[in-house]
Ligand binder design. Sequence first.
Ligand SMILES: [Cu+2]
Length: 149
Amino acid sequence: MATLASGLREGACARGAAPVAMAAMRDTLAAAGKAAGMSLATLALVAQAAGAVTIKMGGDTGALVFEPANVTIKAGDSVTWKNNAGFPHNVVFDEDEIPSGVSADAISHEDYLNAPGEEVTTKFTKPGKYAFHCEPHEGAGMNGTVTVE
Ligand SMILES: [Cu+2]
């Protein structure tokens, strides 16, 4: 009798434990999923707050252009130039065609980008219009503007 009761208790315990453990695991997974979802949402918000625009260096068909050539961003946003075709390219801002007080050297990337996918980034903090060009291909029309609002 004692053995049977003990066996039942153990059985009940074992049967009871599994669902509890599974439920706990489900809760843990749900919590982890929620946490992951929240952090992704948070990251998305951060990414949006600090906006980013990518400009291809060289068109998909090989044209010597920036694509898009003219972009508008908010102060504090960044622009990334990514090597796409027809390189080497670089990104040079004209001293006379950027807001006064901004250093053209500081925001330019004069070193040639030679490898596919290579990229450079500039963060813009001062509103205004910034004209830039690629030195090797300026004559071919590889020019662009960044308008910072
Ligand atoms: Cu170029």
